[in-house]
Structures are given as structure tokens and as C-alpha cells.
Design a protein around this ligand. Structure first.
Ligand code: NI
Length: 170
């Protein structure tokens, strides 16, 4: 396991469309996911997409379980669909944009399909924070970072100042 270097905003890898994973069961994919999990937990992130560690493949990891005992799961080649027209605006941060938070509208409920590390098809629904994390991370696979989803850039700021002046930080 290794902690990987995280690409920061301005690096072109964050604006590129990532390629599909041809063989989710390949040992190098397992190694990458394991390193991404360690990197995300080390940085206290909720999710991390492969382009954020300079690997242009359609993979992201996300945090599950309790805060004291988090586990990490991975989605490979994820596809999302909103389940209705309802959106919700919430605060997001990104390990590639350290120190900042922005208010981003996202679909409240989504359906998802993906593969796991065994190459099995996963299918499910998510809402709330999980749906937000999945949309944020899947955006990374399409070269989209959260400020590009913000209709109101006056709600982008440093977490320190947002907290100081009473905006919610998450
Ligand atoms: Ni991010």
C-alpha cells in the first residue's frame, strides 16, 4: 500500500475524460484501488477518483461505515442516472482543491451501475450525501470539477472564512 500524490486544480489530468477499465480483475487495478483507499483515508476524504492520482481510468473509491471504523468501496466504470427531477444544493470540497468549499446543486436520488474488483455487476440506488459523492466522483471521470457545476460562484470560498462568517462548511 502507498499514499499517492494528489493532482491539484490546474493539472490537465483533472480536465480529461478517463478511459473505461477493460479488466477490473487485473492485479494492477486491485493495487491502484488499495492505494487510492489509503490515500483517501489519509487525506480524510469522502471519495477519490483515479484521475486525482494521475491515473486516467474510470474508477473511484468512497468511504462507507461509521466515522470511527470507515471502510472503503470502489466503483469501476460507473454509470449514474437521476431518478427524478429533484435537486439539492449542498457544500462540497475536493482533495484536488484544498481549503475551498462550494455550494453545488446535485440530483437528490440517483440510480447507479458499475463493476466491482471481481468484475461483477453492481446496481443500486443512492440518495443524499452518498448520491452527492457519487456524482462528484463520476464528474471527475469526465474531467469535471465541482466549481464547473456551480451556478453561483459567490458561494465558493475558503472553508476558514465560510465558517467564520456563518456559512455551513459541509
Ligand atoms: Ni473531488
Amino acid at each position: 500500500m502507498a499514499i499517492l500524490k494528489i493532482a491539484r486544480l490546474g493539472h490537465p489530468v483533472l480536465l480529461a475524460r478517463a478511459a473505461r477499465v477493460e479488466d477490473p480483475t487485473a492485479p494492477e487495478i486491485a493495487r491502484l484501488v488499495s492505494d487510492m483507499a489509503e490515500t483517501m483515508l489519509d487525506a480524510s476524504g469522502l471519495g477519490l477518483a483515479a484521475p486525482q492520482v494521475h491515473v486516467p481510468l474510470r474508477i473511484f473509491v468512497f468511504r462507507q461505515g461509521s466515522e470511527d471504523a470507515p471502510t472503503v468501496a470502489a466503483l469501476i466504470n460507473p454509470e449514474l442516472v437521476p431518478l427524478d427531477d429533484e435537486t439539492e444544493t449542498g457544500w462540497e470540497g475536493c482533495l484536488s482543491i484544498p481549503g475551498l468549499r462550494g455550494a453545488v446543486p446535485r440530483a437528490r436520488r440517483i440510480g447507479f451501475r458499475a463493476l466491482d474488483l471481481q468484475g461483477r455487476e453492481l446496481e443500486g440506488e443512492a440518495d443524499g450525501l452518498t448520491a452527492r459523492v457519487f456524482q462528484h466522483e463520476t464528474d471527475h471521470l469526465d474531467g469535471i470539477v465541482y466549481p464547473m457545476r456551480m451556478p453561483d460562484l459567490s458561494r465558493l470560498g475558503f472553508v476558514e472564512e465560510l465558517t467564520r462568517f456563518g456559512a455551513t462548511s459541509r
